[in-house]
Design a protein around this ligand. Structure first.
Ligand code: SF4
Length: 323
């Protein structure tokens, strides 16, 4: 089976920039970005990140503000902070060279068993297994497994990675899951292991593996205030390195105009944000910032866009006279 998978991968793999040369720094950045995020979303971020911070040295020496700005919109910002913290450790402890040692990688911030296995196998071509959502689905279907069997999955991945070229077999499993063995309507007719796949042979493709019960969606109503001064700066606060507009569970005291509503989903939270422009009565902990010059999340950008039309139409009487 491993031979079928590797052959298929070598013929059908997508041409992705981190697959050119498999430079460890490139593989590492791509794997961190690809956690929780699709390839098509990652590509422009990856290109921009590598153009601005092309090496471990430049990443370690960069301003956190710059790293977060490059990450702005990708979400899960702790990934970017961990990446930079790990780069600093690599400079200090490993002479700026990403270690090709599993335990040394695991000791870096943000590097768990999956990430260490991915770097070891894809960047260094060493036999370390990886099990992500795609690999779990592919292996569960091939072997006809239904339940919560994390250990069994890792053991199966471990066995495979010792039978074939590690870089190729691990990517083959991930690529098959991403492009052929999809969650819904897998394209089994194009699959290289169709005749060895228990799910296909028993017609169970779409019911294996059993889907984990999703956390229930929580709806949250918030009120955001965008206040602008005469020079066009807006009042913002800093939260874990990112800048955001003040948000409240109910509309605070002040003089406001409703600008609109925006919606945003963070994991299982569905946020509905009522956006107001105007002046807050109390602006404790807020600073005047030029929007666009500070790192901001996708939600903050949505709030700004929602407020933008209202802000430009705002009479100067409701604007603050701040600096
Ligand atoms: Fe997935 Fe179908 Fe291939 Fe089985 S035959 S691994 S279900 S694509």
């Amino acid at each position: 089976m491993h031979e079928d998978l590797v052959r298929w991968f070598l013929q059908h793999q997508r041409l992705l920039p981190w697959r050119t040369g498999y430079h460890p720094y490139h593989v590492w950045i791509s794997e961190v970005m690809l956690q929780q995020t699709q390839v098509s979303t990652v590509l422009p971020y990856y290109e921009r990140f590598l153009t601005t911070l092309p090496s471990i040295e430049t990443l370690a020496a960069a301003d956190e503000h710059q790293v977060l700005s490059l990450w702005s919109g990708l979400g899960y910002y702790s990934r970017a902070r961990n990446l930079q913290a790990a780069a600093k450790i690599i400079i200090e402890k490993h002479q700026g060279v990403i270690p090709d040692d599993y335990e040394a990688l695991r000791s870096l911030p943000g590097v768990g068993p999956y990430m260490a296995g991915a770097i070891m196998s894809i960047a260094f071509n060493k036999p370390h297994a990886i099990v992500d959502g795609n690999v779990r689905r592919v292996l569960s279907r091939i072997y006809g497994w239904n339940g919560e069997n994390t250990r069994q999955l890792w053991e199966a991945a471990e066995e495979l990675v010792h039978k074939a070229e590690p870089r190729a077999i691990n990517q083959a499993l991930m690529e098959l899951g991403a492009t052929v063995c999809s969650f819904k309507a897998p394209r089994c007719l194009l699959c290289p292991v169709q005749q060895k796949c228990v799910a296909f042979l028993t017609g169970m493709q779409e019911s294996l593996p059993r889907v984990k019960k999703r956390q229930e969606t929580v709806r949250v109503l918030l009120f955001a205030v965008v206040q602008r001064n005469r020079s066009g700066k807006v009042l913002m606060r800093q939260e874990k390195g990112l800048w955001e507009f003040p948000m409240f569970s109910e509309l605070p005291a002040g003089a406001f105009a409703m600008a609109g509503t925006c919606r945003h989903t963070i994991t299982h939270h569905r946020l509905e944000v009522k956006v107001y422009t105007g002046n807050l009565e109390k602006a404790n902990g807020l600073e005047w910032k030029e929007f666009g010059a500070v790192p901001a999340s996708s939600l903050t950008k949505k709030i700004f866009t929602t407020a933008a039309a209202e802000i430009s139409a705002q009479p100067t009487s409701v604007m603050s006279a701040g600096p």
